[in-house]
Design a protein around this ligand. Structure first.
Ligand SMILES: NC(=O)c1ccc[n+]([C@@H]2O[C@H](COP(=O)([O-])OP(=O)(O)OC[C@H]3O[C@@H](n4cnc5c(N)ncnc54)[C@H](O)[C@@H]3O)[C@@H](O)[C@H]2O)c1
Length: 370
């Protein structure tokens, strides 16, 4: 394969950021869009220069001129859409979270394996330049042996973001009702769980947590901690809500902070979706007390989104498995649910024991009517 012919399935709120990496790639042709809202599909296809529009997924999947699909539909549809795409022989990139339950995720992976097609979950955190640099520094021994990975997500009361103002309300309804198994920790903190496993580069064997109900679909404050396979590596996840705080962000009214402490130093990644702090995106503190600021790194969250798309094309053309692979996607989903289960039952939970899904007791906060 020397070019990838791609179909994009679903053009809701996040599609423009995800599609950009495909549209910009010199060796990728976005040949079709699929979206039931025909008027929007036609308008967006014209804007992006995409030649074909489908309103029915089966018709797109029957198109022999498409090698691969990017699934950007609501999470509760991922299982059906991925299984159908695999059965049609298309290679698949599917947005996070992989699915609403571990059992569904396993069905998707089995369908892809049976059909012999490539399957990956598109996880932008794994393509955020400061996090990539942090992982490289850790692998190169810059902080010695990591012993604590701490990730903080802060959700504020308001922001001033053109992107936020442009979001369609339909994109939120399915996140707040029984079409989702849980709220913010499932939908968004997923990225941070994925990053914590990827940065630690090993499995998590036990989780303890307290998850509180917040407004809307938020679950804050939350504090979770876990044990990785290696005894002297622990992880900490905190999620807080600050209703009176203005958030400096071009996106969602939230921001993140990562700290990886090692035997010889530490690394801070000081932002992700927001830009709260007047600090370089990555700071390294070394054993001798010197610090290095990586101020020139591309710290824009849009680069993470388009980087994930570019990586899929590059991997397909190189014949290599793109990240995140099925194993990391299932580990991440199990960690998401293990945090809820540990909080619900006030006991340590081994994520590997979870095969279904787990909700917090108040879920869903806004059941659908009728
Ligand atoms: N990587 C990230 O940071 C990130 C951010 C936001 C969302 N996401 C993920 O992307 C996915 C979509 O999220 P969103 O916020 O864009 O949701 P959304 O509801 O705004 O968009 C979903 C789109 O899919 C369309 N759709 C529904 N049924 C379809 C079908 N059968 N065939 C084709 N299209 C169909 C909808 O009409 C809508 O346009 C979710 O899984 C979400 O978790 C990822």
């Amino acid at each position: 394969m020397d070019r990838l012919r791609l179909g994009i399935v679903g053009i809701g709120n996040i599609a423009p950021l995800n599609a950009q990496g495909y549209l910009d790639h010199p060796d990728c042709d976005v040949v079709a869009l699929c979206e039931p809202r025909e008027e929007k599909a036609v308008r967006v296809a014209e804007e992006w220069g995409v030649p074909k529009v489908y309103t029915d997924l089966d018709k797109l999947l029957a198109d022999d001129g498409i090698d691969a699909v990017e699934i950007l539909t609501p999470t509760h549809m991922h299982r059906d859409h991925v299984v159908a795409a695999a059965q049609a022989g298309k290679h698949i990139s599917c947005q996070k979270p992989i699915a609403n339950s571990v059992a569904e995720a396993r069905e998707m992976v089995e369908a892809a394996n049976k059909a012999g097609v490539v399957f990956r979950v598109s996880e932008c955190a794994l393509h955020y330049p400061p996090l990539i640099k942090a992982r490289e520094l850790i692998a190169g021994g810059a902080i010695g042996t990591p012993n604590m990975i701490r990730v903080k997500t802060l959700v504020g009361g308001h922001t001033n973001s053109t992107f936020g103002d442009s979001l369609e309300v339909e994109g939120y309804i399915w996140r707040f009702n029984e079409l989702s198994p849980a709220g913010h920790l499932f939908d968004d903190v997923w990225h941070k769980y994925a990053a914590a496993i990827w940065l630690g580069d090993q499995r998590i064997r036990s989780v303890q947590a307290v998850v509180r109900q917040g407004p809307l679909f938020f679950e804050a404050p939350t504090a979770a901690f876990w044990e990785y396979e290696r005894d002297d590596l622990l992880g900490l996840m905190e999620v807080t809500y600050a209703p009176n705080m203005f958030m400096r962000s071009e996106f969602f009214g939230a921001d993140e902070f990562f700290e990886i402490q090692g035997s010889d130093g530490f690394i801070w990644v000081t932002r992700y979706t927001g830009q709260m702090l007047d600090l370089p995106p990555l700071v390294l503190y070394r054993a001798d007390g010197s610090t290095t600021s990586f101020g020139d790194l591309d710290a824009s969250w849009t680069s993470a989104m388009s980087g994930a798309s570019k990586h899929f094309v590059d991997s397909m053309l190189a014949g290599t498995q793109p990240n995140m692979d099925a194993d990391l996607a299932i580990q991440t989903l199990q960690l998401v649910f293990a945090v809820y289960e540990a909080s619900n039952e006030r006991r340590p939970v081994d994520p590997a024991t979870i095969e279904g899904s787990v909700s917090p007791p108040w879920w869903p906060p806004y059941p659908s009517q009728g």
